[in-house]
Design a protein around this ligand. Structure first.
Ligand SMILES: Cc1ncc(COP(=O)(O)O)c(C=O)c1O
Length: 467
């Protein structure tokens, strides 16, 4: 009997891990990449338990989503209460209290009081689609400028803005036209030496943007510049303040809309409510998602009133947009965030992590690490890359070259030891983005596992080098 036949009769749902894996193998698209075929059964705080009873320390937070940890009691209670009352309030038919209360809660968190007009959608990509539409509608212009290495999602418009990796759209073109790419001031991406001073990187990025506006997209045709204040899929690199200030100046001069994509960086991820606050710049539109509902799917965009409010009625919306249970979860999450000093907690843990990772880099096995980058709880360990002409010390000895993607080997070694991490970018970067409530002891545990994992990968590379 095939899996399809066995599921055609109404028997109890499959529970055995091996059977679940078999059904997944046969019937769930391979278009979804997956780290491993483990089945997560439970999550509490930073601990996830698999269906086979294995406990993992989660330094991914489901890619920056469970910012208060898995199954936070305040959020779970809000979800249960709302789901017992009404689950779907279609936003074009009626208001719901959690939707409006969420607006009220978010208003108190905005980086600037001018950001006061909201629209909620489900995923980050959808909110990006909304930002594209709104920016074009407001300016009556078509063109959009994005950063080299930027990531804005996988739906058609959002993929058209994505410049971090071709596999998000390869073979699916033509992508949305009228999108222009400018360099992000990151040494690796700009093809310059790692020790290039930040001022030089910024100068070069500004020159390239100025050229772009002279050579490829005239300012009067340019609707928006999209920026991640910390480039995520591009490798966890913070945008230098001088660069963001320049973007603001260019936008002000030409009536271009500055869109901050805070989908990954928002809600205290970097130690401030929004990462753009590190620069003192106010965007015209801000897009957010992930961490503000602690696991429920909801995203949003916020702008000055004259931008979003000018949209024709019915031009924004969607069957599920701003789902009331997701709003209730976001309300509980944001209320928790507003009543706790998350900024100090994030910065304290970030310092502990930076110190630990720098010690690891300085240790015997640390020669495989190229760079440590820590922006709040966005943590990147970039390993040496044999494909790169820019990184130093590739060779153990004459004629021997390092393997590519050391980050994946370390990720695997860490998972074998019970630590969940992510990779990111086209460079060999291991990334971690844990719950904002990660404890000092959990950071120590992560560091101990990483030390062992890096040591085991380094020694296997050294052994191969001797062969
Ligand atoms: C900066 C950024 N923009 C957009 C997205 C897309 O969001 P979603 O996956 O919810 O569509 C992501 C998701 O990782 C992101 O990190």
């Amino acid at each position: 009997m095939t899996v399809a036949q066995s599921t055609s009769t109404l028997s109890a749902p499959t529970t055995a891990t091996a059977d679940l894996q078999l059904i997944a193998e046969q019937h769930i698209t391979k278009g979804l990449g997956r780290l491993r075929n483990h089945v997560f059964a439970k999550g509490k705080g930073l601990r996830v338990t698999t269906s086979e009873g294995r406990e993992l320390l989660d330094f991914t937070a489901g890619i920056g989503v469970t910012s208060l940890g898995h199954a936070h009691p305040d959020v779970t209670a809000a979800i249960v209460e709302q789901a017992s009352s009404i689950i779907h309030v279609q936003c074009a038919i009626a208001l719901s209290a959690p939707y409006v209360q969420l607006v009220e809660s978010l208003l108190a968190m905005m980086p600037h009081p001018s950001l006061d007009n909201f629209f909620f959608w489900n995923s980050g990509s959808e909110a990006i689609e909304a930002a594209i539409k709104v920016a074009r509608s407001k300016t009556k212009r078509n063109n959009i400028v994005v950063m080299q290495g930027g990531y804005h999602g996988r739906t058609a418009g959002a993929a058209g803005l994505t410049r971090s990796k071709t596999n998000f759209f390869a073979g699916t073109g033509p992508l949305m036209p009228c999108v222009y790419t400018t360099p992000f001031p990151y040494w690796h991406a700009m093809g310059v030496d790692k020790n290039t001073p930040e001022e030089v990187l910024v100068e070069q990025a500004i020159t390239q943007l100025d050229n772009l506006l002279l050579q490829q997209t005239a300012p009067e045709d340019t609707a928006a510049i999209f920026l991640e204040p910390v480039i995520g899929e591009g490798g966890y690199v913070q945008a230098p303040t001088k660069f963001v200030e320049h973007l603001r100046k260019v936008c002000d001069k030409h009536g271009i809309i500055l869109v901050a994509d805070e989908i990954q960086t928002g809600f205290w991820r970097t130690g401030k409510a929004f990462a753009i606050e590190h620069t003192g710049v106010t965007p015209d539109i801000m897009v957010f998602a992930k961490g503000f509902a602690n696991g429920m799917p909801i995203s949003g965009i916020v702008s000055r009133k004259d931008i979003l409010d000018g949209m024709p009625a019915g031009s924004l919306g969607g069957t599920y947009s701003g789902n009331v249970v997701a709003c209730a979860a976001a309300l509980a999450t944001t209320r928790y965030m507003r009543s706790h000093d998350l900024g100090s907690a994030v910065l304290a843990r970030a310092e502990q992590i930076r110190k630990g990772l720098l010690e690891l880099q300085a240790s015997k096995a640390g020669w495989i690490i190229e760079e440590v980058r820590v922006t709040g709880l966005m943590i990147a360990l970039e390993f040496k890359d044999p494909r790169s002409r820019l990184t130093s010390g590739h060779h153990l000895r004459e004629g021997y070259t390092l393997p590519a993607y050391i980050n994946r080997q370390v990720q695997d070694a860490a998972l074998d030891r019970g630590l969940l991490t992510l990779t990111t970018s086209i460079y060999p970067v291991l990334r971690m983005i844990p719950s904002l409530l990660v404890s000092e002891a959990e950071v120590d545990e992560m560091l101990a596992i990483l030390r062992e994992s890096v040591a085991s990968v380094a020694s296997s590379i050294e052994e191969a080098g001797k062969a």
